[in-house]
Design a protein around this ligand. Sequence first.
Ligand SMILES: Nc1ncnc2c1ncn2[C@@H]1O[C@H](COP(=O)(O)OP(=O)(O)OP(=O)(O)O)[C@@H](O)[C@H]1O
Length: 244
Amino acid sequence: MTTAYALELTGVRKVYGSGDGAVTALDGVSAGVARGTFTAVMGPSGSGKSTFLHCAAGLDRPTSGRVLLGGSEIGRLKERELTELRRTRIGFVFQAYNLLPSLNVLQNITLPLRLAGRKPDPQWLREVVDGVGIANRLEHRPAELSGGQQQRVAIARALVTRPEVVLADEPTGALDTRTGRQVLDLLRAVVEQMGQTVLMVTHDPVAASAAHGVLFLADGKLAGHLPHPTPERVAERMTHLGEW
Ligand SMILES: Nc1ncnc2c1ncn2[C@@H]1O[C@H](COP(=O)(O)OP(=O)(O)OP(=O)(O)O)[C@@H](O)[C@H]1O
């Protein structure tokens, strides 16, 4: 089934614990991430950003509500099917890169395919490797690369399966401003030139402004959407939402 949304959350509630200790991390969130867009998620600490990402990735099961990935509901999948879905239909980019130190760059990039028992499509692999600008480092180990280069490798790894969506959790959090900017430009290019879909959680208004639009969360609820964000407008919205 095709849909305009790569990812769609409908009425997603997530309650951790029970009784007096229950915490409502997400309180009926409905949001769609259109295919071929770059979306940032922002909100004060504890507003539910990580929970949103985890529910989107099938790492957390919503207490109620639905999560659709490429039009299929993931809430009903068995654990094994979810693992397979995470391997092949979702790309992950983390703050700490999470590359395997004993594998070289090419092996790191193609690892999700090997885990899924699939062979790389040589043309796509070439496009991904060239796109992230790491073609001359394929034989190197992660420890021989700069932080920015390691994050480029992680982005290539996230793209190698041609996922439905790339989920990025503070992808520039460990990088200096200039390198962070380059990684954000790359994520934008991944969307605009390679036709991929990226959803990024960030605390940084500058990072958020690299996206096409920003979803704001506050107290587990959707608190607005800002198209064509600028750092100033994002920061202003965040100030209205309370403490960062
Ligand atoms: N496993 C858990 N068990 C209990 N409560 C949890 C759990 N995970 C998150 N929470 C609570 O749910 C709420 C939302 O947390 P979440 O981590 O999604 O927020 P966040 O916006 O990502 O915060 P931050 O910006 O500080 O990382 C918080 O009150 C948090 O304490």
